[in-house]
Design a protein around this ligand. Sequence first.
Ligand code: TYC
Length: 102
Amino acid sequence: MAQQSGIVTEAQKAKLAPPPMYQVLLLNDDYTPMDFVVSVLQKIFSKSEEEATVIMLKVHHDGKGVCGVYTRDIAATKVATVAQYARSHQHPLQCVMEPVDL
Ligand code: TYC
């Protein structure tokens, strides 16, 4: 607190909490081609071909895998973009988001 000629000012407290974060996951299915999933990870999640291949194979073997962690609106946009891109190519690929527990 600073006091000057009767006027009192108070320092602003830094009070911004970090935003809640969401992980975006791809789910496995029996129909979407592997190279299409790799292209999704490259185009929509900015992965290299090598990174994309590792994630695609993890989803293929474990049933799901994390593509990235984002704020809520960015995560929701990624999910919607994957759905639109997959449907436009007649693939059943599923993408979901879930809160990251910190
Ligand atoms: N299981 C698919 C296949 O064998 C490949 C695949 C990987 C599909 C990841 C979806 O999210 C996925 N063609």
